[in-house]
Design a protein around this ligand. Sequence first.
Ligand SMILES: [Fe+2]
Ligand SMILES: [Fe+2]
Length: 267
Amino acid sequence: MEKLPLRIIQFTDTHFFQNEDGRLLGVDTSRTFAEVFRVARELRGIPDLYLFTGDLSQDETEESYRRLSMSVGKTGAPCYMLPGNHDRREEARQGLSDGPADFRFDKVVVVAPWIIILLDTLVVDEVGGHLPPSELELLEKTLKAHPGHHALVCMHHHPIPVGADWLDTIGIDNGPEVLDVIDRFHNVRGVLWGHIHQEFEMRRNGIPLMATPSTCVQFKPKSARFAVDAIPPGFRWMELHPNGTIHTGVSRTSDVAMGLELSSAGY
Ligand SMILES: [Fe+2]
Ligand SMILES: [Fe+2]
């Protein structure tokens, strides 16, 4: 009998606030998340696991994380997270542990024949990201220890330029070092991130590199300067097959986020 794929739903850049009246560029981020979550359930059901790839919070408060957990609720599927530039590690752990959703903080998740590696690119008080030697070592050691597993490598910031000047100054400042590690192994099947608030997909040495729309505000692809995109929020679904292939796509809600300030000059 053919083995079933591992089904994943990625939500990214939820940017929750502690207060109900918190807004990001005019958008109630908890409201847009609830709608994206509803659509994900409707279209894809409950996956084997959820991935939250950073910027879970906008205001760095424990309460913002608690509100996110409340919004997810008890689904029966574990939620793995990694931090983004808007997150705080301790507050995230505390707030997410308090809530009803099953948030977990493992950096390596083994679901044979797959392994998911969650890297931490957060540099406190910086918008851009960096992978310190400890994270590069974790990546290398994990890939080395699981040569028979297919690996999905996840992080918040982008490790390669995405063709938008302003975003390309706030990616990972040592992206080539990450790619060097990945290139030394033959079992990495995909690289996944958030942060850029837009869908992105390219292949590098046959491996898909993917980014995903935020569950709230979107940024315009290929824009030299900061620009908001009038396109609805969304999520990414993935099926990781036992033979190492990844089937994936992005789905969106039907409407642009309510209240979105399209002319914003920054965030
Ligand atoms: Fe973000
Ligand atoms: Fe970010």
